[in-house]
Ligand binder design. Structure first.
Ligand code: SAM
Length: 191
């Protein structure tokens, strides 16, 4: 990440009024697919809404982000939870092979990480991924198309995993409803 981007995220997360908010739809709507227990990762976690959901469900949960202010805020919320917020540049230091039962990534895209994410799952482990698409119905997604998915791209990036859930609605139908500007995937490592 460019230093200017880091400054921008630090300012946003350093604001005392900033709250984690709700977990991403890919996790909130598909929580019934989670295993009963295990080790989980919220990668590029921001304020850690996904990590908090996982830790409250009893997972031993790691939350990594390169921005110190985000991790500092999340560290204030770990009481009573198995939750480990850590400052970590995930592009320089991707997750280790076969370490996690569950990995969640929301609203973050670095294509070079795809093979590392698949390899970081334990056998039977689940990847929950949701991020912005190039097809969008308003200007709420990032302007830079490099940070947005092409049609069907999550399917290609994680083609080595067993597909469990995929949703990408594009600009079809009633644009005031549904999951717009983003795609979601849940996929499982089978070996
Ligand atoms: C749009 S935010 C999404 C945060 C959270 N996942 C969510 O859905 O609210 C993108 C996050 O990616 C983090 N990020 C960007 N590059 C990173 C990197 N190389 N390593 C770790 N985190 C990174 C930023 O600090 C920021 O918190």
């Amino acid at each position: 990440m460019e230093p200017r981007d880091t400054d921008c995220w630090n300012a946003r997360y350093g604001n005392k009024g900033a709250l984690p908010g709700a977990a991403a739809e890919v996790l909130a709507e598909n929580g019934h697919l989670l295993p009963a227990h295990g080790c989980a990762l919220d990668l590029a976690c921001g304020l850690g809404a996904n990590a908090l959901l996982l830790a409250r469900r009893g997972f031993d949960t790691y939350a990594w982000d390169s921005v110190q202010a985000a991790i500092a805020r999340l560290q204030e919320l770990t009481a009573g939870l198995l939750l480990h917020p850590e400052v970590r540049d995930v592009v320089r230091h991707p997750p280790e092979p076969r370490r996690f039962d569950v990995i969640v990534v929301s609203r973050f895209l670095d294509r070079s990480l795809a093979s590392h994410l698949a390899a970081a799952l334990r056998p039977g482990g689940l990847l929950f991924y949701q991020t912005f698409t190039r097809t969008r119905v308003d200007a709420s997604a990032p302007g830079n198309p490099d940070f947005r998915l092409a049609d069907g791209e999550l399917l290609r990036l994680f083609g080595t995993l067993q597909l469990r859930v995929y949703r990408e609605e594009g600009a079809l139908g009633d644009l005031t409803r549904g999951l717009r500007n983003q795609a979601m995937l849940v996929a499982q490592r089978h070996d």
